[in-house]
Design a protein around this ligand. Structure first.
Ligand code: ZN
Length: 147
């Protein structure tokens, strides 16, 4: 058994949702006319995310990603694109903080409906090594809009 990279034991329903996003990622591909982009990786796990955004004013009009890596990182990227698309940038960044809180065990954050499918990742908080996988797309989002 590979103890360096334990698979989080999540509820069956959540596991199913994560695998669904992993196998059929939403908003995956190259975004024409992207105004912001960044490539980030998580060397601990070998995850890679190339995130592209099109901002119009302060609204994320469109977002896509290309990536590879573990199911948690890729599902998190797919789920993130769903919740930040068409959202004001400030609200998307607030969600990044909410996600970070959830990944650090905040139960109120884990019940926040604005996180959408991302709540399926709440159980990952128990696996500190995998928190970096779940946060990778959010860190990419923050980096992309900094530039
Ligand atoms: Zn990973």
């Amino acid at each position: 058994m590979d103890t360096s990279r334990p698979e989080p034991q999540l509820s069956a329903l959540y596991q199913e949702l994560i695998l669904d996003h992993y196998r059929r990622p939403r908003n995956k591909g190259t975004l024409e006319g992207a105004t912001h982009s960044v490539a980030l990786n998580n060397p601990l796990c070998g995850d890679e995310i190339d995130l592209q955004l099109r901002l119009e004013g302060d609204v994320i009009k469109d977002v896509r990603f290309i990536g590879r890596g573990c199911s948690i990182s890729q599902a998190a990227a797919s789920m993130m694109t769903q919740v930040v698309k068409q959202r004001r940038l400030a609200d998307a960044l607030a969600l990044a903080d909410r996600m970070s809180a959830m990944m650090h065990g905040d139960e109120a954050a884990a019940r926040d409906r604005t996180l959408g499918d991302l709540r399926a990742l709440a159980g990952v908080a128990k696996f500190p090594v995998r928190v970096k996988c779940a946060m990778l797309p959010w860190n990419a989002l923050k980096d992309a809009v900094k530039s």
